[in-house]
Write a protein that binds this ligand. Sequence first.
Ligand code: PRP
Length: 215
Amino acid sequence: MDQMVNIALPKGRLGEQVYDMFREAGYECPDLMEESRKLFFENEEKGVRYFWVKPSDVAVYVGRGAADIGIAGKDILLEHQPDIYELLDLGLGKCRMMVAAPEGFHDNADMTLRVATKFPNIAKRFYAGKSRDIDIIELHGSIELAPLLGLSDVIVDIVETGGTLKANGLVQIEEVLPISARLIANKASFKFKTAAVERLTEALSEIVQKREGKE
Ligand code: PRP
């Protein structure tokens, strides 16, 4: 049986930080950071095979077993609830899911609150927990525009530096949840490649602890 561990890395800056952690943990793959259009790389000696995939698709690859493990944001995991194991919080890609609104916004509890978001399930659960009646307006980007154009009252979106909100005259109202990148595993892979996956998780966990100790 193929004992190589197939790893779905999220393409982009987060993926590069994640790969850096794998490299530090002893799972380097020298040609991976080379400028090229290639999307998969392997280091047979280390038993790893990496794929660059769109960040929001990592959980799909892992959920269906096309990748044994991968790195996905907690936002995606909570929104889509894929049937995977969450093995480790990598402490990378930290940001917050927030409710934001135009400055001066006042919530009128007698009215249905119109919420624009890329994360309808997270937003629905958040407001259900507060028994607040809402109308979800699902968008796929530039969420900050919605309240400015009267399409929604508030937005539920990811805030990292706060720069996008500020540039559009929006302010943070309340936190929905904190977010960070998680190491996830396919359930069958975890069963059949236990030793390899656990060794990798343990090595990454040591790096996370070392880095957190330095913070
Ligand atoms: C995310 C998010 C915000 C922005 C927050 O969007 O939806 O718009 O980043 O970052 P900041 O607090 O540092 O400004 P993304 O860049 O993923 O683009 P999108 O609008 O296409 O989703």
